[in-house]
Design a protein around this ligand. Structure first.
Ligand code: NAD
Length: 288
């Protein structure tokens, strides 16, 4: 998609981080922007800022893990603007721990937001985007965790590998049916956002709590380390810049951090060789 001005973008998770940077970048291209988020105050603030920049901006409180909420978001976007040209399924949350110790309700939360959230976006919007017949683009935010396997992040890894393969499948299928829609999957390393505080939006209890609800000390320690990596991470505005370039160039994989390439190669080499899976430690997925 080469022409942005006058067209319509929908961004989930637009209240913070990468989603807010995407909303700002689309507004700067004179697009109308529908901002969706579950966190009311952050959403209203983000929408007000985007509107102040001169864009037509609409805030729609949305819980992407709820299919009815995402269907209502699509209805609002189409009622208001009559079309959607760029759909960013971006909202996401994080958690962690040893695979076999992650409580089932944490699996439900992470998969509900990160994977079902994207599925709900695809289900609610893409049939209408295909029927509209115009060119446009679907952007799904995965992570480098969707391309490699990092220990202590099983629920997040499973959700992001799911987003990558859903995006790949959809790109192939849209080409097969002759649709002009493009697809990109965004696979960043560390980005300077509030992802490490994702449990601020978790219904019930904190991420990393054990089955009894008590905080897990290993998770708390890991969170401290991750906080430092995130503080040294890429500016979300740079991720947004790369996403807009990928939309323009119709590029599928948006791999923002050069340092991840070796880890991707190591995983693929192990698969080809039938070797054991490498532990992909994301210590250097910082700002490069
Ligand atoms: N920050 C990183 O290092 C990094 C790296 C790779 C991928 N990502 C991915 O980028 C995406 C954006 O995250 P971010 O880093 O900007 O974090 P962030 O926490 O700053 O922003 C995420 C936004 O999603 C919203 N959200 C959470 N649950 C929601 C729900 N159920 N429905 C709707 N909105 C919800 C939050 O309120 C928040 O505004 C996520 O999918 C994340 O997994 C982040």
């Amino acid at each position: 998609m080469e022409e942005f001005a006058g067209r319509v973008a929908v961004v989930t998770g637009a209240g913070s981080g990468i989603g807010l940077a995407l909303a700002r970048a689309f507004a700067a291209e004179s697009m109308s922007v529908v901002l969706a988020d579950v966190e009311d105050a952050a959403l209203e603030k983000a929408a007000a800022e985007v509107a102040e920049s001169g864009a037509d901006a609409v805030a729609v409180r949305t819980d992407v893990s709820d299919p009815d909420s995402v269907a209502a978001l699509a209805d609002t976007a189409y009622d208001r603007f009559g079309a959607v040209h760029v759909l960013c399924n971006n909202a996401g949350v994080s958690g962690g721990g040893l695979s076999w110790e992650i409580p089932l309700d944490e699996w439900d939360w992470i998969l509900g937001v990160n994977l079902r959230g994207v599925i709900h976006g695809v289900h609610a919007f893409v049939p209408r985007m295909v029927a509209g017949g115009e060119d446009g683009h679907i952007v799904n935010t995965a992570s480098v965790a969707g391309l490699v396997t990092t220990p202590f992040m099983a629920s997040y890894n499973v959700s992001k590998h799911g987003v990558v393969t859903l995006s790949e499948t959809m790109a192939v299928e849209l080409a097969m049916v002759g649709s002009p829609l493009g697809v990109s999957v965004v696979c960043p390393g560390w980005v300077r956002t509030r992802i490490h505080e994702a449990d601020r939006n978790r219904p019930g209890r904190s991420a990393g709590a054990g089955d009894g609800g008590e905080p897990d000390p290993a998770f708390a320690a890991m969170r401290g380390v991750v906080e430092q990596w995130i503080a040294g991470g890429m500016d979300p505005a740079e991720v947004a810049r790369q996403v807009l370039a990928a939309i323009r160039e119709r590029r599928f994989y948006v791999k923002t951090h050069a340092a991840m390439e070796d880890l991707i190669r190591q995983r693929h080499a192990a698969i080809e060789a039938g070797a054991d899976p490498p532990a992909s430690l994301p210590t250097d997925f910082t700002a490069n």
